[in-house]
Design a protein around this ligand. Structure first.
Ligand SMILES: Cc1ncc(COP(=O)(O)O)c(C=O)c1O
Length: 474
């Protein structure tokens, strides 16, 4: 027989949890256990009709039907984690429910202790801050450069990390976010060399970069550039269901996987959704398949198409890597002359039925996903062209609320001490000069406006227009 390139139908893509769940579905039992909706019969029929009977038939948890357990991973779940580790280039992978949030909490809880210093970028996701409050580790903040024209944070500078490590000989960990929400990429290779020089582990919150190992036109994953742990929100761009993420321990990691596993055991639900776990398994298998590879190549081609069309527009501009930063091509941040990002977002939504990933004071973020079709982008381009040539002067208004926190914090008390201090709730208008008692961080992007122990100033007020009261230290 002549040699032929095998397609996906011939090369069976192995997805152990998906297969185990199908087997359980094909061999139903009489159920006298949780979940009590009992294959969907004990719920509202309108809900069952909406999500489909089958979705509720496969909604089960990890004790039943030989589906394995999540923590510790056994059976098909263990096998699926091993396949994921191979696919993402890790030594060990943990599946996460409750998103990358729980990964960050487990890292803080399992790997840091009260009083230990951790170098962190201030524009990190609030889950990292929650983790540090729980563990009591002391953040040494890096405030990255600001891209003021875009109202965005730039990348993390290796030199700043090196200076901090030089001046503090008791740092236990460097923990940075890469890429930023909008796709700005830091030089992880150099940062990891610095960390190795000082023998300090490097943790990278790569929540927004989970596709990178599957196409060489995308930036290189930190797992291949010397990071010790990497967290990926597969549900954000990888194709799994909401809340499902992965935590990877890299091949040469100096971190013990068992320390992370112990923390996950404490933090994870004891009733994990098999459907969410199967969706992680399916997302990994899809990305490795010819079909998934094509989808990703198309997403990149669609992003390039969108970017080339935006380049032809007069009043709409895009953040590009030639601004001196490396960026992820699939995350397209645009701004329009004379319109705030929030205004542009609402024009797209109300006039054209388009929803984008997020909007800030300056611009909007468009994700070019593996599930999008070229026709989606053609429609988006048509709409943007209309906006580009329309005069919105008549309905232009000034917004007094700010969205993307770009403030340099004034820290007066340590994070954990402030969090556990005596507090009171006061009207926000009277809060200037007081120390915040709470984490104020709106999603998206989940970056903090204020942290416990930080001085509240006049500059914070435009970010707090939705807060009539705020918690402050007594
Ligand atoms: C950089 C970053 N890390 C972590 C998270 C938390 O991820 P998840 O929503 O998967 O819990 C987010 C969420 O937006 C994020 O932007």
């Amino acid at each position: 027989m002549p040699n032929k390139i095998k397609n996906d139908k011939q090369v069976k893509i192995h997805a152990p949890i998906v297969e185990a769940l199908k087997k359980a579905y094909d061999n139903p039992t009489f159920q006298f256990h949780i979940p009590g909706h009992t294959k969907g019969l004990g719920t509202l029929p309108d809900f069952r009709n909406l999500v489909g009977k089958k979705a509720l038939l496969v909604d089960t948890t990890d004790e039943f039907d030989n589906l394995g357990t999540l923590t510790p991973a056994t059976g098909p779940i263990k096998e699926a984690e091993e396949l994921a580790a191979k696919a993402f280039g890790a030594k060990r992978t943990f599946f996460l429910l409750n998103g990358s949030t729980i990964g960050n909490l487990a890292i803080a809880m399992g790997l840091t202790k009260k009083g230990q210093k951790v170098i962190v970028n201030r524009n990190c996701h609030r889950s990292i801050l929650t983790g540090l409050i729980i563990s009591g580790a002391e953040p040494l903040w890096i405030v990255p450069e600001k891209l003021t024209d875009w109202g965005l944070w730039g990348n993390v500078d290796a030199k700043v990390i090196e200076d901090l490590l030089k001046n503090n000989d008791d740092v236990s960990m460097v923990w940075i976010t890469n890429p930023t929400y909008e796709g700005v990429v830091s030089d992880i290779q150099t940062i990891s060399k610095v960390c190795k020089k000082y023998n300090v582990p490097l943790i990278v919150d790569e929540a927004h970069g989970c596709l990178w190992n599957f196409n060489d036109k995308l930036p290189t994953t930190s797992l291949k550039l010397g990071a010790d742990i990497v967290v990926h929100s597969l549900h954000k761009t990888g194709g799994s269901m909401s809340q499902s993420s992965m935590l990877h321990i890299s091949e040469d990691s100096m971190i013990s996987a068992e320390d992370v596993e112990r923390a996950l055991m404490l933090l994870h639900t004891t009733s994990p959704s098999l459907m969410l776990l199967a969706s992680l398994d399916a997302a990994r298998a899809n990305l490795q398949s010819q079909r998934g590879q094509k989808q990703l190549a198309k997403a990149i081609a669609n992003a390039k198409y969108l970017r080339s069309e935006i380049d032809k527009m007069q009043n709409i501009h895009q953040l590009k890597s030639d601004f001196g930063y490396k960026t992820d091509v699939t995350k397209v941040f645009i701004k329009a002359d004379g319109l705030s990002g929030k205004r542009l977002e609402s024009i797209l939504e109300i006039d054209f039925g388009i929803e984008v990933e997020s909007a800030s004071d300056v611009g909007i973020l468009i994700l070019c996903n593996i599930g999008n079709k070229r026709s989606d982008f053609e429609y988006l381009v048509d709409c943007l062209k209309k906006i580009d040539t329309h005069n919105y002067q008549d309905i232009y208004y000034l917004e007094n609320k700010k969205h993307m926190p770009m403030l340099t914090p004034i820290i007066k008390k340590s994070l954990r001490d402030a969090y556990f201090s005596e507090k009171e709730i006061i009207p926000t208008k009277d809060a200037v000069g007081r120390l915040s008692g709470e984490v104020v961080a709106e999603c998206p992007p989940g970056i903090s406006i204020l942290l416990p122990g930080e001085l509240i100033t006049e500059d914070h007020l435009p970010y707090l227009t939705d807060y009539s009261v705020i918690e402050v230290l007594k």
